[in-house]
Every structure is written in structure tokens, then in C-alpha cells.
Design a protein. Structure first.
Length: 429
């Protein structure tokens, strides 16, 4: 098993900088680019979108944006990889009928007046900084999860929250389960307490092969902007595998903690209405026979989070076996609710299972709900037009970020950690 080394004294010293008094991060944008939320956009006005990070996930997001709002269009794209910029320029022109502006530096895209909103689907370690810059440029934001992937992401997360609130932009985090019909129905079901109160929630999602093994990237440094990819990470010589499979490297990602647990934790927050978790423990490592041993993020991990509402969650993932994948159980005083995983919960099934046989397994919804991706995008675009709060707004994003950072911190330190909400600090228990 490999576990990244972490200096506990250094962590404790750094945690003192993440409190409520943390200032908004210094912007990477020119002062002239900083502004409050952009032009008012009416019900029939066109929304001009810029794309930051043009990979496979972005392809899906653009398709659902086009289907969700006929008056949304893409006017600019950005990617550090030359091949992606070239291919996406052609694809966007075919899809929307006009050639977009192209950039290798996302800050140049944010300076563009002909962009009202941005979709960010870059490597996770770039998310907080890019959201801060987009907010300060007055652009509305859809940002993929996780917003904060690592132990060291807490201070950027706090600054990101402050920047978004100050700018007044409309933000949607890419936890599409927030916009699922079943999520709203389950929230109402729990509020009625027909099965009593939730005391434990456990969820698992698994693949035989780690998902980051499938991604491709540039093979030579001349094909990409390597320093831009590294972003705020220390420089190292170009590494094609780190560029392509960044999700499996601890400098950029906490693996399934940020990649998958973000969806589970957000789902829990959405259906229970709870606050941020207050304590975390975690265990894991690299065990799967299907893992590439160059990678450093865990392929098997268990994270337990405790909540102030007196329930706790257990997230389990194990690459190397797909057994029991996408199963979630809510245990209550009088029974059980079972769903799929947080990104697409599916039709919840409730019963008195585990307690007695008085309530048979019953579907909560009359019809099985669709995948919520398009509804989530439509919610964001609609809120840009009417100024409403999105389903995965900054408060929800902050809770998701805290859950992930706590899980990774507990794993990295090998001990229980707690979250101080008043000071916005995470520290060993």
C-alpha cells in the first residue's frame, strides 16, 4: 500500500491560515478584467458560453446545454492541448453554426466580452482558482466536481466561496444528482419521518479497472501547455502519463474520494438538508491488481463522515472488483431506503427491511426517473436568466468540498480529523 507522506506539523501550521478571516485569493486576472456579474440576460436573450477544458466530459455538457436551452451558444473555447483546441473548433462550428474564439490560456477567454458564462471541466486541482477568476471577471459558472479535491484545497475552497458570494454570479456545481426528481422526492419523504430518522447512510461504487486508466493525452511537451496544466503545482519535467491520467496522481486528485465521493456526499446533503460534516476517518491504499503502479492515488478507500444531525455516512470504493457497484442504503429507525449512487439515484425503494416485515419494498416514484444531467444544466441556464439560486449552488458546493477535503485529510494523516465551522478549519481530533 502507498500513502502520500504528510508532515503533520506543517499541516497544523497551514490550517491556521484557513479560518474565517481568510482574504479573497489574489486574482490571476488583470485588474481591468475584474467586474461584478455580467449583463442582465432576459428570457429570450442568447447566453454566450465559454468552455474551459475540452475533454470527454465537456462533450457531454455541451450537448445537454444545447438541448436544454435553444438560446445558449458557445462563443469561445480553451484547452491546453493543441489537438483538443483544433478538433473542438471544428466541432463547435458544426454544432452552433459559428467558429468560436480559441485560447490556450483560460484567462484570455475570461477577458472576452462576448462570454456571459463558462463551463469548467479541467483537472480538479484547477477548479477553485478558475472559479475565483471567473467570478472576478463577472462570468456565471458551471464547474465540474470536485470543487476541492485535496487536503491542501481547504484554503482555496474558503477563498472560492468568498469570491463567488462577493461577485454575485450564478454558479452550478457538477453534482447533477442535485437536480434529480428523486432527490426532491426523497427529501420530502425524509422530512415526513414515515420511517423515523436517518442514523446511518452507506454507499459504494466500484469498477474492475480504475477509470483514470482510459484517458489519453499529449505524448510530447510541444503538443501542450505543460506549465498551464500544472497550474499551481510545483514544476516537474513533462510526464505524458500524469497529463492524461491525472485523476490517478495525488498531486492533482484524491482519486475516488474527490472523483466519486463528491457525488455521494452531495446527495446526502441534498436529501437530508444537513450541515457540513464535523468529523472524518478514512483508510485505503493501492491494492487493485488492475492498477498501474505509476499512479499514486488510492484505488481502494473507505471514508466515514460524522454529521451534527447525529447520523454518519460510510463511503466505500474498491477497484479490482465491480461487486455491489452503485448501491446506497439509508438506515432509519423504522426501516430502510435503497437507491443507486448519488450522480443518478434512480427510483428510491423504501421498506421496513432490517427492522420487521410490516412495510414491503415500495418504489417512491410511480415512474423511474431519467438521468438528471440535462435537468441540471437547464437549472443553471434558467437561473442565469431569472436570478434564482441553483440546485447545486455555492453553499452546496462548499459542503461537497468540505466533505472531500476532510476525507482526503483523514486518509493522508492516518487519523480522525474535525471541521470547525466557525473558523473554517480542519484539524486533527
Amino acid at each position: 500500500m502507498k500513502r502520500p507522506k504528510s508532515n503533520r506539523r506543517e499541516f497544523l501550521q497551514k490550517s491556521l491560515l484557513t479560518g474565517a478571516g481568510a482574504a479573497i485569493a489574489t486574482s490571476m486576472l488583470p485588474a481591468a478584467t475584474r467586474r461584478t456579474a455580467g449583463r442582465a440576460i432576459g428570457a429570450n436573450d442568447r447566453i454566450n458560453i465559454g468552455l474551459i477544458g475540452c475533454g470527454g466530459r465537456m462533450g457531454y455538457l455541451v450537448r445537454v446545454a444545447k438541448d436544454a436551452d435553444a438560446n445558449a451558444t458557445v462563443t469561445a473555447i480553451c484547452d491546453v492541448w493543441d489537438q483538443q483546441r483544433n478538433s473542438w473548433t471544428t466541432s463547435i462550428e458544426k454544432m452552433f453554426g459559428a467558429k468560436p474564439q480559441t485560447h490556450a490560456d483560460y484567462r484570455k477567454l475570461l477577458e472576452t466580452a462576448d462570454v456571459d458564462a463558462v463551463i469548467i471541466a479541467t483537472p480538479a486541482h484547477q477548479h477553485c482558482g478558475q472559479v475565483i477568476d471567473a467570478a472576478q471577471a463577472g462570468k456565471h459558472v458551471y464547474v465540474e466536481k470536485p470543487i476541492a479535491p485535496l487536503m491542501e484545497s481547504l484554503e482555496p475552497l474558503n477563498k472560492c466561496y468568498d469570491a463567488v458570494k462577493k461577485a454575485g454570479i450564478v454558479i452550478q456545481h457538477g453534482t447533477q444528482g442535485s437536480s434529480a426528481a428523486e432527490t426532491f422526492a426523497l427529501k420530502d419523504f425524509f422530512a415526513e419521518e414515515k420511517l423515523g430518522k436517518v442514523f446511518r447512510i452507506e454507499s459504494t461504487i466500484n469498477h474492475y479497472v480504475p477509470y483514470w486508466n482510459q484517458y489519453k493525452g499529449p505524448q510530447e511537451e510541444k503538443e501542450t501547455e505543460w506549465k498551464a496544466f500544472l497550474y499551481d503545482k510545483s514544476y516537474r519535467p513533462f510526464d505524458a502519463d500524469q497529463h492524461a491520467a491525472w485523476m490517478g496522481y495525488y498531486d492533482f486528485s484524491s482519486g475516488p474520494i474527490g472523483g466519486w465521493m463528491a457525488h455521494f456526499s452531495n446527495f446526502v446533503h441534498a436529501v437530508t438538508g444537513c450541515e457540513c460534516p464535523v468529523a472524518a476517518t478514512a483508510f485505503g491504499g493501492i491494492y487493485a491488481p488492475t492498477s498501474d503502479r505509476r499512479r499514486t492515488a488510492p484505488d481502494n478507500v473507505t471514508v466515514i463522515l460524522e454529521y451534527p444531525e447525529r447520523f454518519y455516512t460510510q463511503f466505500v470504493t474498491h477497484f479490482g472488483s465491480s461487486l455491489n457497484t452503485e448501491t446506497t442504503f439509508f438506515m432509519l429507525g423504522k426501516g430502510l431506503v435503497q437507491t443507486r449512487f448519488g450522480h443518478y439515484p434512480g427510483n428510491p425503494v423504501y421498506s421496513s427491511r432490517g427492522v420487521d416485515d410490516s412495510i414491503p419494498e415500495t418504489k417512491l416514484l410511480e415512474e423511474d426517473p431519467p438521468y438528471p444531467g440535462q435537468a441540471h444544466m437547464a437549472n443553471w441556464l434558467g437561473c442565469i436568466r431569472n436570478g434564482s439560486r441553483t440546485n447545486a449552488n455555492m453553499e452546496m458546493g462548499y459542503k461537497q468540498g468540505i466533505a472531500v477535503v476532510m476525507g482526503d485529510t483523514a486518509y493522508r494523516l492516518g487519523r480522525k480529523v474535525i471541521f470547525d465551522k466557525a473558523k473554517r478549519e480542519i484539524r486533527p481530533a
